[in-house]
Design a protein around this ligand. Sequence first.
Ligand SMILES: Nc1nc2c(ncn2[C@@H]2O[C@H](COP(=O)(O)OP(=O)(O)OP(=O)(O)O)[C@@H](O)[C@H]2O)c(=O)[nH]1
Ligand SMILES: [Mg+2]
Length: 396
Amino acid sequence: MNTESTALTSAAEALPSTAQPGVVLVGVDFGEPHFDNELAELGLLAQTAGYHVAHRLTCKRKAADPALFVGSGKAEEIKQLVHMSQAGEVLFDQSLSPGQQRNLEKFLGVPVNDRTLLILEIFAQRARSHEGKLQVELARLQYLSTRLVRRWSHLERQRGGVGHRGGPGETQIELDRRMLTDAVKRTREKIEKVKKQRLTQRRQRARRGNFAVSIVGYTNAGKSTLFNALVKARAYAADQLFATLDTTTREMYLAQAHRSISLSDTVGFIRDLPHGLVEAFSATLQESVEADLLLHVVDASSDTVPEQIAEVQRVLLGIGAGEVPQILVFNKLDAVPTDRQPEQWVDQMEWDGIDIDRVFVSSKSGAGLDDLRGMIAQRVTSSPASTTRTPEDWEI
Ligand SMILES: Nc1nc2c(ncn2[C@@H]2O[C@H](COP(=O)(O)OP(=O)(O)OP(=O)(O)O)[C@@H](O)[C@H]2O)c(=O)[nH]1
Ligand SMILES: [Mg+2]
């Protein structure tokens, strides 16, 4: 691995993940408030992607070293850990520049990847629907185009041969760049088509006077479990990050409002969600933008509740859903320690100077769900678009 292109290729080969040997996790504390000293989230991401975590290492720095991200002493320490544990890869909690990634790979002799790539890898493994796969593909292509990784076989399959493009003077990198640009364009076009189909479906729903509720929140907060509890469905719920990638929508009858509404389970958010991924998932996320109400699910048993809420609010703002009314659903009440149990299950929480209705529930035991149904019903009946519908009107 002593030439630049070899190092780059090895990084690319780590993309489609199979069962991996051990990995060493590295986090650098630049004094940011959310720094996770245990690297717990990175560890969960790594496990979700199928890696075995061999070692975790954190260090403090004022700023990233331009060449190696960490200092040379720390790099040497990582190298020894890799050697000792026979780890096959090193994963950084922060984003590395393409140069830093290359230099580290040369120095350490194993592929080095960052959190962004790990998240992309999980999305690639999880994507099931045609739309989900296209979205992940677009995000990956965008990531790769900043790194100019040679992924010939992959792109050749899409194009059906590359041999005749470009003059003899064209360099490898120019060709790489053009192929990636073409691939991004083609994938975008396909996503546009899917977007149009979704829009038609949404318009049909809107014409039926439907009240649309979207469940949003940090990954692993329990969105799918809540969705299943509310509509008695069986959406995939698991103790993994990004178990859900595709939006699922079901009708739900609200006895208190004497009508049905539509409820959607959506993809979770995470700190430092790769920008390309948010953009690529815009079709899926659009569901939340056009909802009449968001159920913002929070894992009340987590130690990082404010950070997780902040991240979700940030992404919602970014996708244009900042104005959609919300109910904060503090889930996993059963897992909240006794000394942190709330005095009452329904109250308001101030966030950014605004009081947001909040309810504590346990999607697992069903506690608090009636309160939540009542709160949704109240929003439905007070909504200007609300029309009373009887069960005979249901269109499922
Ligand atoms: N103790 C407890 N665990 C819960 C509760 N709700 C969900 N969980 C667990 O939390 C984990 C994540 O649940 P999911 O419903 O898959 O979470 P999600 O928000 O849909 O996650 P992603 O789709 O990955 O973003 C699972 O192991 C659930 O069993 C709850 O009320 N109490
Ligand atoms: Mg889910």
